[in-house]
Design a protein around this ligand. Structure first.
Ligand SMILES: *Cc1c(COP(=O)(O)O)cnc(C)c1O
Length: 367
């Protein structure tokens, strides 16, 4: 039986990539703000419609660096319904995560529950545009202004997403994007910070390069998190087809939605109003009572056909050993983590495969 994975990396034509990297054998400039690195930053500022983009070796180190750059102290309000990287970046900066519940409709942080968690130690909100769903950016901005908090968005899932026609990187103080191989747009491994404040550019350039500010001075304790030329070259190639890739994902999602619409107990991901989506994931929520199978049973059923779905996100971050001590009352996130399943989705997923997956979900019968 053919194996279908939950994701599959987009690749440019082989010759196109080879042609791009060929030059590096002449220039021998492989990292530290090479030509492709500079080109990609510029092209992404245009594509993502944001004043500044700074590239990094991966998304996690860019998020870590965003928090480091804003000199935060004490407590940070965040979501438990995310990839563990979000929480790591907070804790690795010596800060305490305070977990806020999510909204039942789009799974982003519930802005109405943030203020109750603010103390005199709170310095920031780190929210996640989970599945590319946009957080309540307007409410969060209001709360942040009122309480003098910084706002950082983990926009790892939100490449190319727009809210009311505005590039997602224009909200909050800094947004992070991941260009990991499994994301909508990738540079093999890679990441970026997006921000409006031009003054941050120099500081971030230093913070991704050991905190060095000149050949003879180091001002900050920092990481090595630079994107290299092979990564940037992959990004430049992938950027050529990104609109087409997102359109193909959209078509796949529409087939899923049409096929699964009338199955009792299955709730499909829906695009938010006012949002231009990127169709990065297709999560469904399974109500065991109505559907007849639990999320875990459906996961195993698909697996019996060699179809790999993903319990994304399960377990909740606050159920991991290293973060259990921060667990708080987040009933909606707890419930969702038990019921959510992301189905295979990538730009060249074949229609026949989508129909097969939907047939299995409808029939509930194993091999
Ligand atoms: C992928 C991801 C990250 C980490 O990005 P990397 O590029 O893999 O380091 C962080 N947060 C979320 C929500 C992610 O999905």
């Amino acid at each position: 039986m053919k194996q279908i994975n939950v994701t599959r990396s987009s690749m440019p034509p082989f010759e196109e990539y080879v042609e791009k990297i060929k030059k590096l054998w002449d220039t021998r400039w492989l990292s530290n703000c090479g030509e492709y690195h500079e080109q990609l930053e510029k092209k992404l500022e245009e594509y993502l419609q944001v004043p500044n983009v700074s590239l990094f070796s991966n998304g996690h180190l860019s998020l870590y660096t965003a928090i480091n750059a804003l000199d935060l102290q004490g407590e940070v309000i965040t979501t438990p319904f995310t990839f563990v990287s979000t929480t790591h970046a907070i804790v690795q900066n010596g800060l305490t995560p305070v977990f806020c519940d999510i909204k039942p409709n789009d799974y982003t942080i519930d802005a109405d529950k943030i203020e109750a968690l603010i103390t005199d130690k709170t310095s920031a909100i780190v929210a996640v545009h989970v599945y590319g769903n946009v957080c309540d950016v307007e409410k969060i901005e209001k709360i942040a202004k009122k309480h003098n908090l910084k706002v950082i968005y983990d926009a790892a899932h939100a490449f190319g997403v727009k809210y009311k026609g505005i590039g997602i990187g224009n909200f909050g103080d800094i947004s992070m994007m991941s260009f990991h191989a499994t994301k909508v747009f990738h540079t093999i491994e890679g990441g970026a910070l997006l921000y409006k404040d031009h003054d941050l550019k120099k500081k971030l350039a230093s913070l991704r390069n050991f905190g060095l500010t000149s050949q003879e001075e180091c001002e900050y304790t920092a990481m090595n998190a630079k994107m290299n030329e092979f990564q940037a070259a992959m990004g430049l190639c992938n950027l050529l087809t990104i609109d087409e890739d997102i359109l193909k994902r959209k078509k796949a999602v529409e087939i899923y939605q049409r096929e699964l619409k009338n199955i009792p107990g299955i709730t499909c991901w829906q695009k938010q109003d006012n949002v231009e989506a990127n169709y990065i994931y297709f999560p469904i929520v399974i109500d065991e009572k109505e559907y007849g199978l639990s999320r875990d049973q459906l996961f195993e059923l698909l697996k019996s056909y060699n179809i790999n779905s993903r319990k994304y996100f399960y377990p909740l971050v606050t159920d991991f050993k290293c973060y259990q001590k921060y667990k708080s009352y987040t009933p909606i996130a707890d419930d969702l983590a038990k019921k959510v399943l992301t189905l295979p989705l990538y730009s060249d997923l074949e229609t026949a495969d989508i129909l097969k997956i939907c047939d299995i979900i409808r029939s509930k019968k194993g091999v």
